[in-house]
Write a protein that binds this ligand. Structure first.
Ligand SMILES: [Zn+2]
Ligand SMILES: [Zn+2]
Length: 133
């Protein structure tokens, strides 16, 4: 069963490459900062995703055909939130997203997890660490 317990979390802030999580069940997730910024789970970003028709965990779709250039996303600050989550202050000033371990496991970008999601795997609320149904 997929675990939502972390064994090690590495935020490569200085190199800007992203974040790696080793899960208690031996799985490893590697996220780019851009992906984490795009997947921001805060209410504001949720709203924008909904309005633009993007999926859970995706970036809100750009409003114009020619999106303005933006600096690549990277965090200026990283703060643990209790034992269950982590939060970032992004270089664009956004800071309201709280990334729970459960959420991060759900959006794991690896091929294996992508395949589970494509097969219709989904969150089981309240499960004992089991997040795919
Ligand atoms: Zn947000
Ligand atoms: Zn994965």
């Amino acid at each position: 069963m997929p675990s939502t317990e972390t064994k090690a979390v590495r935020v490569n802030k200085s190199t800007g490459t992203g974040m790696e999580i080793d899960w208690a069940d031996g799985h490893q997730s590697v996220y780019t900062f851009q992906r984490l910024r795009d997947a921001c789970p805060c209410a504001m970003c949720d709203d924008e995703r909904e309005k633009s028709g993007a999926q859970f965990g995706e970036a809100p779709k750009p409003k114009s055909a020619l999106p303005m250039y933006r600096d690549p996303a990277r965090p200026t600050e990283v703060t643990p939130v209790g034992k269950y989550a982590i939060s970032f202050v992004w270089n664009d000033g956004h800071r309201t997203g709280i990334y729970s371990w459960e959420f991060l496991r759900i959006i794991c970008p690896c091929e294996e997890c992508k395949a589970i999601r494509a097969a219709g795997g989904k969150l089981v609320p309240g499960g004992s660490g089991a997040i795919y149904g």
